[in-house]
Design a protein around this ligand. Sequence first.
Ligand code: 13P
Length: 325
Amino acid sequence: MADLNRIARTLVSDRRGILAADESIATMSSRLEKVGVEPTAESRRVYRELIVTTPQLADSISGVILADETFHQKLSNGRTFPDYLGDIGILAGIKVDTGAKPLAGAPNETITEGLDGLRERVADYVRLGATFAKWRAVITIGDNTPSDRAVHANLHALARYAGLCQEGGLVPIVEPEVLMDGTHSLARCQQVSTAVLRSLFEELDLMQVKLDGIVLKPNMVVAGTGSAEHPTVAEVAAATVEALRATVPASVPGIAFLSGGQRPEVATQHLGAMQHLDPLPWELTYSFGRALVGPALETWRGDEKNRAAAQKVLSELAVANAAAR
Ligand code: 13P
């Protein structure tokens, strides 16, 4: 059985963080189209190859989360993506949820699916080189949301996923994302995030998930994108750490934030400000998608001539986040 605690600690230690390159085929295709690239299995492969072959990536990135399609693809040198990542000292992760679908009886809310057949899929991914996994639950803030049933259904599924991963030898990244969409205040985001994290740890306890063998991937506590409030970096850092301190047991080795649509430099500033709020019982790091790879994709635009420049942009953001730690 893999040493889950050792893998979890490797993911969050040494000032490194996790790169989320696990966009679904639909999401990745629409992001490619936005920069003028025809979305095909091959263009998605080429783009992901650009990301993982960025020079010195392993200095600031401990793990890369891949989508199922990429997990089975090969680089130009013939290595599979998980094997190549292993070669360069980066752990390979796999997104195992199958996406957020409308939740019955809960308008505007979703339930993340993917539990059916998960035990067998975990075994396949372990055989192919995965050491950790990801599942994202989505919680929305609105006039009548989140509803109790959406919170309960999503966190229950997240805990069942975590239990199945640990049983099969994968460290689960446990991601309850409270979305930034909406006009809510910082205080409301803190209240919802705290309630969600509290319920999450109850569900994880019920499922007997070993907390020293998970990585928590929460949202930062921010005001909604349509809010009139513009909290300072210090206010966001304080509200986020307060929510975590109130809910996350010290046995969790590390917390790796999603970026959630924040501008890359803002996400990095928030991460940096939290490090100074000592003493923290867990490592605080990053598991960014857009805040790491967004500018690289914009720079690349499908043109081989832009490849080195795109990798440079990604590298600079990864180094800036490592430095923020
Ligand atoms: P963002 O950092 O772009 O929010 O993505 C992180 C992620 O993995 C979402 O599931």
